[in-house]
Design a binder for this molecule. Structure first.
Ligand SMILES: [Zn+2]
Length: 121
């Protein structure tokens, strides 16, 4: 049989019943522990990361390049920005960097008559 949560193969003797699910010992303990359920550690590390990446102003080289283009142009369409950055970045990479910059409150998207443009925050 398998644990219904982590899919690990378990012996009948190791199996635990929890809310109608068959779980391995680890998942059972996990399920019983309210601390683990809301996963404060994940939230904590996300916040620490945010503080680190936002507060210190540390940017990756590509993020600083994007930012300086945004500042030079005062606002640019994603496609034009992508063209300026060249082939080293795929479009989805660029989207991810822009999302990170927005998260750090360094850049933001603004809608104009022609579509979305990215500007410094
Ligand atoms: Zn399990």
């Amino acid at each position: 049989m398998r644990c219904e949560r982590c899919n690990q193969v378990i012996n009948e003797s190791e199996a635990r019943e929890h809310l109608g699910q068959t779980l391995c010992e680890d998942c059972y303990l996990d399920a019983l522990s309210p601390v683990r359920t809301c996963d404060p550690w994940a939230v904590h590390s996300a916040k620490t990361y945010e503080k680190h990446s936002g507060g210190s102003g540390e940017l990756t080289p590509i993020q600083s390049r994007i930012l300086s283009i945004l500042k030079e142009t005062g606002g640019i369409e994603p496609a034009a920005l992508h063209a300026l950055l060249g082939a080293e970045l795929t479009e989805s990479d660029l989207q991810r960097e822009l999302a990170a910059l927005r998260h750090m409150e360094k850049a933001r998207a603004q809608k104009n008559s022609r579509g979305i443009i990215w500007r410094p925050w």
